[in-house]
Every structure is written in C-alpha cells, then in structure tokens.
Design a protein around this ligand. Structure first.
Ligand SMILES: C[S@@+](CC[C@H](N)C(=O)[O-])C[C@H]1O[C@@H](n2cnc3c(N)ncnc32)[C@H](O)[C@@H]1O
Length: 249
C-alpha cells in the first residue's frame, strides 16, 4: 500500500497538472466553484467580516479555492508540501503573477455581488502567502476562520488511516464555526501527472461522512457524478462549518 511519504512529491509537475485539469475549465469545477462561493456568502451573511484568516491546505497548482476566499479574508495562507507546487504558487501570488487561465474561474465567482469590487490579481498579491508545510505536521492550533482542502486527503496516499488523519489535520487548523469546503475524487485508484504516478484512497460518501461528521456542523456532501478521467467514479464536494469538538490528529 502506497503511503504519503512513498509518493514522488518532489517530481510533481504543476504545469502538466494545470494543462490537464485547469487550463480549460471543466464544468464540474465551475459547478463546485458556484456552490463553494454561495456557501461562503451564506455563512458570512453577505457582509464582509473583520480579520478573517483563510487557509487552502495542499493548494498544489490550483488557485480557485484561494480566489473563492478572497472577498472574505484579511490574509490567506496556501499550505503545500511539494516543492515544485510551492514554486508555482509563489509565481502566482507575486505581484502581476496571477495567470490569465484563472480569469474564467473568477468570472463565475463574480456572478455573486460579494466578489464585484475585488481585483483578483492585486488582492492575491496583497493578501495571499505560500508556506511549505506537511499537512501531517500541522500543530492543531485552530488559527484559521475559513478553509479549503481540494483533492488532498484523498489524493496523497492509499492508506485509509492517512485519509482520516489528513481530514482531521485540516479540520484542526480551523476555529469553531469556521466555514469550509473540501473536495475528493470518488473511488480514485490513483492518478498520473506527467510521467509520475500518485496514490489515492478510495473514498466514497459514507467514508467521507464517517471522517467528517463528528467534527463539523451543517455538513453537506454533494455527490457529483461527472467523471473527468479513467480511474475514479465522480467527485464529492463537502461544505460545512467546523464545530468545537477537538480532533486528535
Ligand atoms: C491532487 S493534488 C491537489 C492539488 C490542488 N489542491 C487541486 O485542487 O488541484 C494533491 C496535492 O496534495 C499535496 N500533498 C501531498 N501530500 C501532502 C502533505 N503531506 N502535506 C501537504 N500537502 C500534500 C500535493 O503536493 C498536491 O499539491
């Protein structure tokens, strides 16, 4: 069984990953983006709160979760382990660095009035920072008030315990009441990026609910039936809020 530490993270090719997943936006990502945008907007009641700190865990080469958090946050941290992805994110968050491929995603976010007055490129450069961290080493300080984790706990190991631990480590970074969004590839048997293979855990709705329910409230799991490549059976979008139950990592 391939564990997280066994996978070739230092050889993750962000450009190859973006080419396959984000250069041409997939309908399913736009569907996810709309649901996440409206969830955050509902949770914050349409008003911009004071000093919200956001986090995207395992941000990889995907800027859309950070874009979805932009209007609500004073600061956003992108946590990522693979060095090539850290460098990709540093380029995206540098002044003038946000790639135009993310325009199509912003267009969808802008359908919601909360996003109207935000200049995404300027705001990303202003408030988004990248940190190289291993998700498993997060210290359980509940320091973020808004969080996302897209295709990470399910797409980093074949091991059921590492999936559950990944979910708990993510939830442990969030303060009680924090809105969050997470996504998983359903029943994935692993995935290819360029010439490298990466492991996955075969998560389904029941397994996702088992790992999340105790530590969350207002939990919604949306089973999206779109298949985007061989070797998985759709996607799960999870929306909710962190509750105050402490999760042992
Ligand atoms: C399938 S990619 C998802 C990337 C991105 N979040 C997205 O939505 O496309 C999985 C990501 O998890 C990251 N990852 C793997 N193991 C990790 C760990 N132990 N700590 C933090 N990130 C990790 C990988 O480097 C990669 O960026």
């Amino acid at each position: 069984m391939d564990r997280n530490a066994d996978a070739p993270w230092s050889k993750f090719d962000p450009e190859a990953y973006v080419d396959v997943n984000y250069r041409t936006p997939l309908d399913v990502d736009l569907l996810i983006l709309r649901a996440m945008r409206d969830h955050f907007s509902r949770c914050f009641g349409g008003t911009v709160p004071q000093s919200v700190q956001g986090v995207d865990v395992g941000a990889g080469a995907n800027m859309y979760p950070a874009l979805a958090m932009l209007p609500w946050c004073e600061k956003i941290v992108l946590l990522e382990y693979a060095q090539p992805n850290v460098e990709y994110l540093e380029r995206q968050t540098a002044e003038g660095g946000l790639d135009s491929i993310w325009d199509a995603f912003w267009k969808v976010l802008r359908e919601n009035p909360a996003y109207h007055d935000v200049d995404p490129a300027a705001r990303v450069a202003d408030i988004v920072r990248v940190e190289r961290r291993n998700l498993f080493d997060l210290d359980g300080q509940q320091r973020y008030d808004l969080g996302t984790m897209f295709f990470v706990a399910d797409s980093m190991s074949e091991c059921p315990e590492e999936f559950r631990r990944g979910v708990r480590c993510f939830l442990n970074t969030l303060s009680p009441g924090a809105p969050f969004a997470a996504a998983f590839m359903k029943e994935s048997v692993g995935y290819q990026v360029g010439d490298q293979h990466f492991p996955a855990y075969r998560v389904n709705e029941e397994r996702a609910r088992d790992s999340l329910a105790e530590f969350t409230e207002e939990l919604e799991i949306h089973d999206l039936h779109q298949v985007v490549r061989k070797g998985h059976e759709g996607m799960l979008l999870v929306l909710g809020r962190r509750n105050s139950v402490v999760a042992v990592p």
